[in-house]
Write a protein that binds this ligand. Structure first.
Ligand code: PGA
Length: 246
């Protein structure tokens, strides 16, 4: 039985004061039916982590090298110092605007596993690829390449299926598309990491998830949670998501 995992991806929103207040409001109102988390910007990680007892706090990116001449980057050791144990990798906005590739994601996943950090690895096709009927090929390739040659406790890895055309557009994927694509990803996980890991790994759906549609996604057999952008930013809306999956 896979425990659902709901994570709010805050993107470039909220200062540390806002993050601290959010965690104070939300942290005691969670329940055991799922794992819940937020991914604040680097500058707000400490404030959030310091306040969180139940919420998972995740970074939105990390560099794969330990240290060195990488201006503007943050290392795994630096987020670990704050007590942060989770990181989102390969989000489509990082792929689109910051040159993230399956190869760099793979290096980051390896560095995370070597340092007891749990990665949430994002995959998903663009609108063009969706319309060309390439969804299966794209998500299988991304899953394979991002998770190639891993060592360590791979069962804790989380995969997020986020069709790019559904992110921030209000055009959420149908539950059928979400389920079918998550099932394909799980099948590819079997090829890459073996049956046991494929059954243990949680796969989230992401893309215009809201309090009124989250339960339907989670009722699908291969959808084990959600990665939520816009609807995770306000306390009320976040708590509606929390209560919708009770
Ligand atoms: P959205 O974003 O929920 O605002 O569509 C999802 C994401 O980018 O993770």
């Amino acid at each position: 039985m896979r425990k659902p995992i709901i994570v709010g991806n805050w993107k470039m929103n909220k200062r540390s004061q806002d993050a601290m207040e959010f965690v104070k409001e939300v942290d005691s109102k969670l329940h055991d039916g799922a794992d819940f988390g937020i991914a604040p910007a680097f500058t707000a990680l400490w404030a959030a982590q310091n306040e969180a007892e139940n919420l998972i706090v995740a970074a939105q990116n990390v560099h794969f090298e330990e240290s060195g001449a990488f201006t503007g980057e943050v290392s795994i050791d630096m987020i670990k110092e704050l007590g942060v144990k989770w990181v989102i990798l390969g989000h489509s906005e990082r792929r689109q605007y910051f040159n993230e590739t399956d190869e760099t994601v793979n290096k980051k996943v390896k560095a995370c596993l070597a340092n007891d950090i749990t990665p949430i690895v994002c995959v998903g096709e663009t609108l063009e690829e969706f319309e060309a009927g390439q969804t299966e090929a794209v998500v299988r390739r991304q899953t394979r390449d991002c998770l190639a040659d891993l060592e360590g406790d791979v069962k804790h890895v989380v995969v997020a299926y986020e069709p790019v055309w559904a992110i921030g557009t209000g055009k959420s994927a149908t539950t059928e598309i979400a389920q079918n694509t998550c099932a394909l990803i799980r099948d590819e996980l079997k090829n890459v990491l073996g049956e046991e890991a494929a059954q243990a790994i949680r796969i989230q759906y992401g893309g215009s998830v809201k309090p009124n549609n989250i339960a339907e996604y989670l009722s699908q057999p291969d959808v084990d949670g959600a990665l939520v952008g816009g609807a995770s930013l306000k306390v009320d809306s976040f708590l509606e998501l929390v209560n919708a999956v009770k």
